[in-house]
Design a protein around this ligand. Structure first.
Ligand code: H79
Length: 434
Protein backbone atom coordinates (compact mmCIF):
# COMPACT_ATOMS: atom_id res chain seq x y z
CA UNK A 1 0.00 0.00 0.00
CA UNK A 2 1.21 3.50 -0.71
CA UNK A 3 1.07 6.35 1.68
CA UNK A 4 -0.62 9.25 0.00
CA UNK A 5 0.34 12.80 0.68
CA UNK A 6 -2.53 14.59 2.41
CA UNK A 7 -4.21 17.04 0.07
CA UNK A 8 -3.77 14.88 -3.00
CA UNK A 9 -7.49 14.32 -3.14
CA UNK A 10 -9.46 13.21 -6.16
CA UNK A 11 -11.43 15.76 -8.14
CA UNK A 12 -14.79 16.59 -6.49
CA UNK A 13 -17.89 15.26 -8.24
CA UNK A 14 -19.05 18.66 -9.50
CA UNK A 15 -15.83 19.06 -11.50
CA UNK A 16 -16.56 15.78 -13.26
CA UNK A 17 -20.16 16.65 -14.05
CA UNK A 18 -19.42 17.53 -17.68
CA UNK A 19 -17.65 14.20 -18.11
CA UNK A 20 -20.45 11.97 -16.85
CA UNK A 21 -22.99 13.96 -18.83
CA UNK A 22 -21.05 13.84 -22.09
CA UNK A 23 -20.85 10.03 -21.94
CA UNK A 24 -19.24 9.49 -25.34
CA UNK A 25 -15.72 10.36 -26.46
CA UNK A 26 -13.26 9.62 -29.23
CA UNK A 27 -9.93 7.96 -28.49
CA UNK A 28 -7.26 8.46 -31.15
CA UNK A 29 -4.16 6.28 -31.40
CA UNK A 30 -1.68 7.78 -33.78
CA UNK A 31 2.05 7.44 -33.97
CA UNK A 32 4.85 5.80 -35.92
CA UNK A 33 3.07 2.42 -35.55
CA UNK A 34 0.51 3.69 -38.07
CA UNK A 35 3.11 2.95 -40.77
CA UNK A 36 3.76 -0.75 -40.13
CA UNK A 37 -0.06 -0.81 -39.74
CA UNK A 38 -0.06 -4.04 -37.77
CA UNK A 39 -0.86 -3.03 -34.17
CA UNK A 40 0.56 -0.31 -31.93
CA UNK A 41 2.49 -2.96 -29.99
CA UNK A 42 4.33 -4.09 -33.16
CA UNK A 43 7.73 -3.04 -31.84
CA UNK A 44 7.18 -5.20 -28.78
CA UNK A 45 5.37 -8.12 -30.43
CA UNK A 46 7.99 -8.49 -33.15
CA UNK A 47 10.88 -7.48 -30.89
CA UNK A 48 12.01 -4.86 -33.38
CA UNK A 49 15.27 -3.13 -32.54
CA UNK A 50 15.45 0.63 -32.24
CA UNK A 51 17.60 0.73 -35.41
CA UNK A 52 15.04 -1.27 -37.40
CA UNK A 53 12.14 0.81 -36.06
CA UNK A 54 13.88 3.99 -37.25
CA UNK A 55 12.48 3.57 -40.80
CA UNK A 56 9.01 4.53 -39.55
CA UNK A 57 10.38 7.75 -38.05
CA UNK A 58 12.22 8.46 -41.31
CA UNK A 59 9.02 8.02 -43.33
CA UNK A 60 6.50 9.69 -41.05
CA UNK A 61 4.84 12.31 -43.25
CA UNK A 62 1.05 12.56 -42.80
CA UNK A 63 0.49 14.92 -45.69
CA UNK A 64 -3.31 14.62 -45.53
CA UNK A 65 -3.58 15.43 -41.82
CA UNK A 66 -6.50 17.79 -41.27
CA UNK A 67 -7.61 17.79 -37.64
CA UNK A 68 -10.65 19.93 -38.51
CA UNK A 69 -11.93 16.94 -40.53
CA UNK A 70 -11.42 14.57 -37.60
CA UNK A 71 -13.11 16.97 -35.23
CA UNK A 72 -16.13 17.31 -37.54
CA UNK A 73 -16.40 13.53 -37.78
CA UNK A 74 -16.19 13.11 -34.02
CA UNK A 75 -18.87 15.69 -33.45
CA UNK A 76 -21.12 14.20 -36.14
CA UNK A 77 -20.75 10.81 -34.43
CA UNK A 78 -22.14 12.35 -31.24
CA UNK A 79 -18.82 12.36 -29.41
CA UNK A 80 -18.30 15.18 -26.93
CA UNK A 81 -14.63 14.83 -26.02
CA UNK A 82 -11.43 13.46 -27.47
CA UNK A 83 -8.28 11.81 -26.09
CA UNK A 84 -5.20 11.68 -28.32
CA UNK A 85 -2.00 9.70 -27.83
CA UNK A 86 0.57 12.48 -27.45
CA UNK A 87 3.15 9.72 -26.89
CA UNK A 88 2.49 5.97 -26.96
CA UNK A 89 4.74 3.17 -25.68
CA UNK A 90 7.09 3.55 -28.65
CA UNK A 91 8.12 6.92 -27.17
CA UNK A 92 7.44 9.07 -30.26
CA UNK A 93 6.02 12.53 -29.45
CA UNK A 94 3.40 14.31 -31.54
CA UNK A 95 4.50 17.74 -30.30
CA UNK A 96 7.73 19.70 -30.42
CA UNK A 97 9.03 18.58 -27.02
CA UNK A 98 12.14 20.39 -25.79
CA UNK A 99 13.49 17.30 -24.01
CA UNK A 100 13.76 14.82 -26.89
CA UNK A 101 14.48 14.63 -30.61
CA UNK A 102 12.16 11.65 -30.96
CA UNK A 103 9.32 13.88 -32.09
CA UNK A 104 7.26 14.83 -35.08
CA UNK A 105 9.17 18.03 -35.81
CA UNK A 106 12.27 15.94 -36.61
CA UNK A 107 10.44 13.70 -39.11
CA UNK A 108 9.85 14.55 -42.78
CA UNK A 109 6.51 16.08 -41.71
CA UNK A 110 8.50 18.61 -39.72
CA UNK A 111 5.65 20.39 -37.94
CA UNK A 112 3.85 20.19 -34.61
CA UNK A 113 0.67 18.09 -34.80
CA UNK A 114 -0.72 18.77 -31.38
CA UNK A 115 -1.39 22.52 -31.40
CA UNK A 116 -3.58 22.37 -34.53
CA UNK A 117 -5.28 19.27 -33.11
CA UNK A 118 -6.28 20.96 -29.88
CA UNK A 119 -7.51 24.03 -31.70
CA UNK A 120 -9.57 22.05 -34.20
CA UNK A 121 -11.37 19.97 -31.59
CA UNK A 122 -12.06 22.94 -29.36
CA UNK A 123 -13.49 24.76 -32.38
CA UNK A 124 -16.03 21.92 -32.77
CA UNK A 125 -16.96 22.26 -29.11
CA UNK A 126 -15.28 19.07 -27.90
CA UNK A 127 -13.33 18.80 -24.66
CA UNK A 128 -9.70 17.77 -25.15
CA UNK A 129 -7.72 15.07 -23.39
CA UNK A 130 -4.12 13.89 -23.66
CA UNK A 131 -3.05 10.26 -23.45
CA UNK A 132 0.54 9.98 -22.23
CA UNK A 133 2.30 6.64 -22.07
CA UNK A 134 4.16 5.82 -18.87
CA UNK A 135 5.87 3.02 -20.74
CA UNK A 136 8.59 4.19 -23.15
CA UNK A 137 10.50 1.68 -25.28
CA UNK A 138 12.70 4.37 -26.79
CA UNK A 139 13.94 6.38 -23.82
CA UNK A 140 17.56 5.54 -22.90
CA UNK A 141 16.73 5.41 -19.17
CA UNK A 142 13.70 3.15 -19.47
CA UNK A 143 14.90 -0.31 -18.34
CA UNK A 144 14.90 -3.28 -20.70
CA UNK A 145 12.53 -5.24 -18.45
CA UNK A 146 10.93 -8.63 -19.26
CA UNK A 147 8.16 -6.80 -21.12
CA UNK A 148 10.37 -4.62 -23.30
CA UNK A 149 10.86 -5.15 -27.08
CA UNK A 150 14.59 -5.76 -26.52
CA UNK A 151 14.05 -8.31 -23.73
CA UNK A 152 15.64 -11.12 -25.76
CA UNK A 153 18.42 -9.08 -27.28
CA UNK A 154 21.80 -10.65 -26.41
CA UNK A 155 22.91 -7.11 -25.56
CA UNK A 156 19.99 -6.50 -23.17
CA UNK A 157 22.11 -6.76 -20.02
CA UNK A 158 24.71 -4.38 -21.44
CA UNK A 159 21.98 -2.03 -22.65
CA UNK A 160 20.69 -1.79 -19.12
CA UNK A 161 23.98 -0.58 -17.71
CA UNK A 162 23.63 2.94 -16.42
CA UNK A 163 19.92 3.21 -17.08
CA UNK A 164 18.29 5.20 -14.32
CA UNK A 165 14.51 5.19 -14.15
CA UNK A 166 14.45 8.20 -11.85
CA UNK A 167 15.88 10.25 -14.72
CA UNK A 168 13.06 8.86 -16.86
CA UNK A 169 10.51 9.90 -14.20
CA UNK A 170 11.91 13.40 -14.34
CA UNK A 171 11.71 13.34 -18.18
CA UNK A 172 8.03 12.43 -17.87
CA UNK A 173 7.41 15.37 -15.54
CA UNK A 174 9.14 17.66 -18.03
CA UNK A 175 6.94 16.39 -20.82
CA UNK A 176 3.74 16.53 -18.80
CA UNK A 177 4.63 20.11 -17.86
CA UNK A 178 4.99 20.94 -21.56
CA UNK A 179 1.69 19.27 -22.38
CA UNK A 180 -0.21 20.99 -19.61
CA UNK A 181 1.24 24.47 -20.08
CA UNK A 182 1.60 24.76 -23.85
CA UNK A 183 -1.90 23.97 -25.12
CA UNK A 184 -4.40 25.83 -22.94
CA UNK A 185 -6.94 24.13 -20.72
CA UNK A 186 -6.74 20.36 -20.99
CA UNK A 187 -9.70 18.41 -19.70
CA UNK A 188 -8.39 14.85 -19.28
CA UNK A 189 -4.99 13.24 -18.83
CA UNK A 190 -4.85 9.55 -19.55
CA UNK A 191 -1.72 7.81 -18.25
CA UNK A 192 -1.05 4.29 -19.57
CA UNK A 193 -0.07 2.00 -17.72
CA UNK A 194 1.39 0.33 -14.64
CA UNK A 195 2.32 -3.35 -14.33
CA UNK A 196 3.71 -3.60 -10.80
CA UNK A 197 5.88 -6.52 -9.71
CA UNK A 198 3.12 -7.96 -7.55
CA UNK A 199 1.08 -8.73 -10.66
CA UNK A 200 3.90 -10.63 -12.33
CA UNK A 201 5.34 -13.01 -9.74
CA UNK A 202 7.88 -10.41 -8.72
CA UNK A 203 9.34 -10.01 -12.22
CA UNK A 204 10.53 -6.42 -12.42
CA UNK A 205 7.42 -4.56 -13.53
CA UNK A 206 6.66 -0.87 -13.31
CA UNK A 207 4.52 0.91 -10.76
CA UNK A 208 4.10 4.08 -8.75
CA UNK A 209 7.66 4.02 -7.38
CA UNK A 210 9.14 3.89 -10.87
CA UNK A 211 6.92 6.60 -12.30
CA UNK A 212 7.03 8.66 -9.08
CA UNK A 213 3.29 8.77 -9.54
CA UNK A 214 2.53 11.02 -6.60
CA UNK A 215 4.87 13.67 -7.95
CA UNK A 216 3.17 13.40 -11.32
CA UNK A 217 -0.28 13.82 -9.80
CA UNK A 218 0.90 16.83 -7.78
CA UNK A 219 2.33 18.42 -10.90
CA UNK A 220 -0.83 17.76 -12.92
CA UNK A 221 -3.14 19.11 -10.20
CA UNK A 222 -0.94 22.14 -9.85
CA UNK A 223 -0.89 22.97 -13.58
CA UNK A 224 -4.48 22.04 -14.40
CA UNK A 225 -6.60 22.00 -11.23
CA UNK A 226 -9.77 20.87 -13.05
CA UNK A 227 -8.28 18.10 -15.16
CA UNK A 228 -9.57 14.53 -14.86
CA UNK A 229 -6.77 12.01 -14.14
CA UNK A 230 -7.30 8.33 -14.89
CA UNK A 231 -6.47 5.41 -12.64
CA UNK A 232 -3.42 3.77 -14.19
CA UNK A 233 -0.68 5.28 -12.04
CA UNK A 234 -0.71 2.41 -9.53
CA UNK A 235 -1.80 4.68 -6.69
CA UNK A 236 -3.84 2.13 -4.83
CA UNK A 237 -4.82 4.43 -1.99
CA UNK A 238 -5.43 7.54 -4.04
CA UNK A 239 -8.95 7.57 -5.41
CA UNK A 240 -8.60 8.18 -9.15
CA UNK A 241 -10.98 10.52 -10.95
CA UNK A 242 -11.93 7.81 -13.43
CA UNK A 243 -11.55 4.04 -13.63
CA UNK A 244 -10.80 2.75 -17.12
CA UNK A 245 -11.66 -0.87 -17.99
CA UNK A 246 -10.15 -1.72 -21.39
CA UNK A 247 -11.72 -3.80 -24.17
CA UNK A 248 -14.33 -5.60 -22.08
CA UNK A 249 -17.84 -4.97 -20.83
CA UNK A 250 -18.05 -5.10 -17.04
CA UNK A 251 -20.97 -7.10 -15.65
CA UNK A 252 -21.99 -4.28 -13.33
CA UNK A 253 -21.06 -0.72 -12.36
CA UNK A 254 -17.33 -0.95 -11.44
CA UNK A 255 -16.55 -0.49 -7.77
CA UNK A 256 -13.54 0.59 -5.77
CA UNK A 257 -13.67 -0.44 -2.11
CA UNK A 258 -17.33 -1.34 -2.61
CA UNK A 259 -18.35 2.07 -3.97
CA UNK A 260 -19.58 2.81 -7.50
CA UNK A 261 -16.93 4.92 -9.23
CA UNK A 262 -16.82 7.27 -12.21
CA UNK A 263 -15.76 5.03 -15.05
CA UNK A 264 -14.99 5.01 -18.73
CA UNK A 265 -14.79 1.92 -20.93
CA UNK A 266 -12.38 2.15 -23.84
CA UNK A 267 -12.83 0.01 -26.91
CA UNK A 268 -11.40 -0.41 -30.39
CA UNK A 269 -13.36 -0.63 -33.61
CA UNK A 270 -11.31 -3.57 -34.85
CA UNK A 271 -9.12 -5.01 -32.05
CA UNK A 272 -5.99 -2.94 -32.62
CA UNK A 273 -5.73 0.64 -31.33
CA UNK A 274 -3.23 1.79 -33.91
CA UNK A 275 -4.23 1.67 -37.59
CA UNK A 276 -4.22 -1.99 -38.66
CA UNK A 277 -4.55 -2.62 -42.36
CA UNK A 278 -5.31 -6.35 -42.32
CA UNK A 279 -7.47 -6.89 -39.28
CA UNK A 280 -10.72 -8.81 -39.80
CA UNK A 281 -12.33 -8.30 -36.42
CA UNK A 282 -14.22 -5.06 -36.95
CA UNK A 283 -17.26 -4.79 -34.71
CA UNK A 284 -20.67 -4.89 -36.36
CA UNK A 285 -22.91 -1.80 -36.35
CA UNK A 286 -25.13 -3.55 -33.85
CA UNK A 287 -22.20 -4.25 -31.52
CA UNK A 288 -21.02 -0.67 -31.75
CA UNK A 289 -24.34 0.68 -30.54
CA UNK A 290 -24.74 -1.99 -27.90
CA UNK A 291 -21.33 -1.19 -26.43
CA UNK A 292 -22.40 2.39 -25.91
CA UNK A 293 -25.80 1.50 -24.48
CA UNK A 294 -24.42 -1.25 -22.24
CA UNK A 295 -21.87 1.14 -20.82
CA UNK A 296 -24.26 3.98 -20.06
CA UNK A 297 -26.79 1.51 -18.61
CA UNK A 298 -24.13 0.74 -15.98
CA UNK A 299 -23.33 4.40 -15.33
CA UNK A 300 -20.19 4.63 -17.50
CA UNK A 301 -18.71 6.55 -20.43
CA UNK A 302 -17.54 5.06 -23.70
CA UNK A 303 -14.25 6.18 -25.23
CA UNK A 304 -14.29 4.65 -28.73
CA UNK A 305 -11.01 4.49 -30.59
CA UNK A 306 -9.98 5.29 -34.13
CA UNK A 307 -6.50 4.73 -35.57
CA UNK A 308 -5.68 7.19 -38.36
CA UNK A 309 -3.43 6.07 -41.21
CA UNK A 310 0.12 7.18 -41.81
CA UNK A 311 -1.21 9.83 -44.18
CA UNK A 312 -3.43 11.24 -41.50
CA UNK A 313 -6.82 9.94 -42.63
CA UNK A 314 -9.47 7.78 -41.05
CA UNK A 315 -9.97 4.87 -43.41
CA UNK A 316 -13.38 3.94 -44.83
CA UNK A 317 -14.05 1.28 -42.21
CA UNK A 318 -13.57 3.78 -39.40
CA UNK A 319 -15.64 6.40 -41.20
CA UNK A 320 -18.51 3.90 -41.61
CA UNK A 321 -18.37 3.03 -37.93
CA UNK A 322 -18.55 6.70 -37.01
CA UNK A 323 -21.49 7.08 -39.38
CA UNK A 324 -23.27 4.27 -37.54
CA UNK A 325 -22.87 6.19 -34.29
CA UNK A 326 -23.83 9.49 -35.88
CA UNK A 327 -27.03 8.16 -37.37
CA UNK A 328 -28.10 6.44 -34.16
CA UNK A 329 -27.06 9.23 -31.82
CA UNK A 330 -28.83 11.89 -33.82
CA UNK A 331 -32.13 10.13 -33.11
CA UNK A 332 -31.37 8.48 -29.80
CA UNK A 333 -28.75 10.63 -28.08
CA UNK A 334 -31.38 11.72 -25.56
CA UNK A 335 -31.14 8.26 -23.95
CA UNK A 336 -27.34 8.66 -23.58
CA UNK A 337 -26.34 12.24 -22.72
CA UNK A 338 -26.87 13.04 -19.06
CA UNK A 339 -28.25 9.55 -18.47
CA UNK A 340 -27.14 6.91 -16.04
CA UNK A 341 -28.05 3.52 -14.64
CA UNK A 342 -31.67 3.08 -13.61
CA UNK A 343 -32.58 1.56 -10.26
CA UNK A 344 -35.23 -0.54 -11.99
CA UNK A 345 -34.52 -4.02 -13.23
CA UNK A 346 -34.36 -4.26 -17.03
CA UNK A 347 -36.69 -6.69 -18.84
CA UNK A 348 -35.00 -9.57 -20.65
CA UNK A 349 -32.67 -8.38 -23.46
CA UNK A 350 -33.27 -4.74 -22.59
CA UNK A 351 -30.99 -2.07 -21.13
CA UNK A 352 -32.33 0.83 -19.12
CA UNK A 353 -30.98 4.33 -18.77
CA UNK A 354 -32.52 7.15 -16.81
CA UNK A 355 -32.33 10.92 -16.59
CA UNK A 356 -34.46 12.38 -13.78
CA UNK A 357 -37.77 10.57 -14.14
CA UNK A 358 -37.39 9.90 -17.86
CA UNK A 359 -36.75 6.23 -18.39
CA UNK A 360 -35.29 4.78 -21.59
CA UNK A 361 -35.75 1.17 -22.60
CA UNK A 362 -33.23 -0.08 -25.20
CA UNK A 363 -34.37 -3.23 -26.96
CA UNK A 364 -31.51 -5.58 -27.88
CA UNK A 365 -33.98 -8.17 -29.16
CA UNK A 366 -37.49 -7.72 -30.48
CA UNK A 367 -40.27 -9.29 -28.40
CA UNK A 368 -43.56 -10.26 -29.98
CA UNK A 369 -46.12 -7.50 -29.40
CA UNK A 370 -45.84 -7.01 -25.66
CA UNK A 371 -43.12 -5.64 -23.48
CA UNK A 372 -43.68 -6.00 -19.75
CA UNK A 373 -42.05 -3.52 -17.42
CA UNK A 374 -42.18 -4.83 -13.87
CA UNK A 375 -42.39 -2.44 -10.97
CA UNK A 376 -43.76 0.44 -13.03
CA UNK A 377 -47.51 0.04 -12.42
CA UNK A 378 -49.16 3.45 -12.13
CA UNK A 379 -45.94 5.29 -12.94
CA UNK A 380 -46.02 5.68 -16.71
CA UNK A 381 -48.27 8.26 -18.36
CA UNK A 382 -46.96 8.18 -21.92
CA UNK A 383 -44.59 6.11 -24.03
CA UNK A 384 -43.00 6.76 -27.41
CA UNK A 385 -40.24 5.54 -29.66
CA UNK A 386 -37.38 7.93 -29.39
CA UNK A 387 -36.28 7.80 -33.05
CA UNK A 388 -39.59 9.08 -34.49
CA UNK A 389 -41.68 10.17 -31.48
CA UNK A 390 -44.38 7.69 -32.45
CA UNK A 391 -46.65 6.66 -29.60
CA UNK A 392 -46.26 3.26 -28.02
CA UNK A 393 -49.61 2.24 -26.61
CA UNK A 394 -49.92 1.29 -22.97
CA UNK A 395 -52.20 -1.71 -22.45
CA UNK A 396 -54.96 -0.67 -19.99
CA UNK A 397 -54.34 -2.29 -16.62
CA UNK A 398 -57.79 -3.85 -16.56
CA UNK A 399 -57.95 -5.08 -20.15
CA UNK A 400 -59.23 -8.63 -20.16
CA UNK A 401 -57.93 -11.43 -22.30
CA UNK A 402 -60.90 -12.12 -24.65
CA UNK A 403 -59.88 -15.80 -24.87
CA UNK A 404 -59.78 -16.18 -21.13
CA UNK A 405 -62.18 -13.53 -19.85
CA UNK A 406 -61.48 -13.93 -16.15
CA UNK A 407 -57.85 -13.00 -16.75
CA UNK A 408 -56.50 -9.44 -17.20
CA UNK A 409 -53.50 -9.08 -19.53
CA UNK A 410 -51.38 -6.90 -17.31
CA UNK A 411 -49.74 -8.09 -14.11
CA UNK A 412 -50.66 -5.94 -11.07
CA UNK A 413 -47.14 -4.54 -10.60
CA UNK A 414 -46.34 -4.03 -14.29
CA UNK A 415 -46.83 -1.72 -17.19
CA UNK A 416 -47.33 -3.49 -20.48
CA UNK A 417 -46.53 -1.79 -23.77
CA UNK A 418 -47.93 -2.78 -27.11
CA UNK A 419 -45.17 -3.02 -29.70
CA UNK A 420 -45.55 -3.19 -33.46
CA UNK A 421 -45.03 -6.66 -34.85
CA UNK A 422 -42.19 -5.43 -37.01
CA UNK A 423 -39.13 -3.96 -35.41
CA UNK A 424 -38.63 -0.37 -36.58
CA UNK A 425 -35.62 0.11 -38.83
CA UNK A 426 -33.26 1.29 -36.07
CA UNK A 427 -30.25 -0.70 -34.87
CA UNK A 428 -31.32 -0.54 -31.24
CA UNK A 429 -34.81 0.93 -30.82
CA UNK A 430 -35.38 3.00 -27.70
CA UNK A 431 -38.69 3.60 -25.92
CA UNK A 432 -38.95 6.76 -23.89
CA UNK A 433 -41.24 6.62 -20.89
CA UNK A 434 -42.75 9.71 -19.29
O1 H79 B 1 -3.05 2.23 -25.76
C1 H79 B 1 -3.82 1.05 -25.82
C2 H79 B 1 -2.99 -0.17 -25.66
O2 H79 B 1 -1.84 -0.17 -26.48
C3 H79 B 1 -2.64 -0.13 -24.18
N1 H79 B 1 -3.78 0.56 -23.58
C4 H79 B 1 -4.70 0.93 -24.62
C5 H79 B 1 -5.49 2.15 -24.26
C6 H79 B 1 -2.47 -1.48 -23.66
N2 H79 B 1 -1.96 -2.43 -24.37
N3 H79 B 1 -1.94 -3.52 -23.67
N4 H79 B 1 -2.43 -3.26 -22.51
C7 H79 B 1 -2.77 -1.99 -22.44
C8 H79 B 1 -2.53 -4.27 -21.50
C9 H79 B 1 -1.36 -5.15 -21.73
C10 H79 B 1 -1.06 -6.15 -20.94
C11 H79 B 1 0.03 -7.03 -21.23
FE1 H79 B 1 1.69 -7.24 -20.20
C12 H79 B 1 1.12 -6.80 -22.08
C13 H79 B 1 0.08 -8.34 -20.77
C14 H79 B 1 1.27 -8.89 -21.26
C15 H79 B 1 1.92 -7.95 -22.08
C16 H79 B 1 1.65 -5.79 -18.82
C17 H79 B 1 2.87 -5.72 -19.51
C18 H79 B 1 1.57 -6.99 -18.25
C19 H79 B 1 2.71 -7.69 -18.54
C20 H79 B 1 3.49 -6.90 -19.29
Amino acid sequence: MNTITPGLAALPAEKKQWFVEDRFGMFIHWGLYSLPARHEWVKNREEISTEDYQKYFDHFDPDLYDPAEWAKMARAAGMKYVVLTTKHHEGFCLWDSAVTDYKVTETPYGKDLLGPFVEAFRAEGLKVGFYYSLIDWHHPDFPVDPFHPQRNDPEAARMNEGRDISRYASYMRDQVRELLTGFGKIDVIWFDFSYPNRLHNELPGKGHKDWQSEELVKLVRDLQPEIIINNRLDLVDLPADVTTPEQYVPREWPKVKGENVTWEACHTLSGSWGYHRDEDTWKSPDQLIRLLVDTVSMGGNLLMNVGPTGRGLLDDRAVSALDVYGKWMKLNGRSIYGCTQSSLEAPQDCRLTQRGNRLYVHLFSWPFRHLHLDGLAGKVRYAQFLHDASEVLIVPADEEDPWNPTQVKVAPTSVTLELPVRKPDVLVPVIELF
